[in-house]
Design a binder for this molecule. Sequence first.
Ligand SMILES: [Zn+2]
Ligand SMILES: [Zn+2]
Length: 195
Amino acid sequence: MLSAGVFALAAALIFSGYMAGMTRLYSDPQQYGLWYLGVSYGGVLVLQDTYFYFTHRLFHRPKLFPWFHQGHHRSRHPTPWTSFAFDPLEAIVQSLFLVGIVVMIPLHFITLIAVLTTMTMWAVLNHLGLDRLPALFPHHWLGRWLIGPAHHSIHHLKYTEHYGLYFTFWDHICGTQDPDYTQNLRIPFPGNGET
Ligand SMILES: [Zn+2]
Ligand SMILES: [Zn+2]
């Protein structure tokens, strides 16, 4: 509930900033071309994933963990309620990203709403638990690069792996991807040795 309050304050700040002409939010979809709506949407997701990955790793430092991230890890087996269960300080850090992008990057209102909707739905999805998506998902060529419930459930069990939000590439690049991730799911699937 507290983190919902923090995100609501951030939304109020963004809206007041817009009214005061301090943001780069715009309302005419043609202003930067229609192509920019899609590109800025994808770009913001990549930026947010990067911001989340590195702040998340920082929060796992022993000195910061009790202040910033312990609240989220109270759920060892996550449920959708876990998706926005943040300590207030973590909620502030995550909401500052949203305040930062509307000040720095030209974004159409629809793009911002699409990003917020994606963020909310993806967070709920990631906290559904181990077996809520079809077994194919983590084994699929695209599924390997997207974070889903099985991937993030492992983070709630093993704190040293799987720090990303949307995509797995930072986990791959920084060596925090569980090498046996797909094999250890123990889901019958041709190709993982358990047919
Ligand atoms: Zn964590
Ligand atoms: Zn989580």
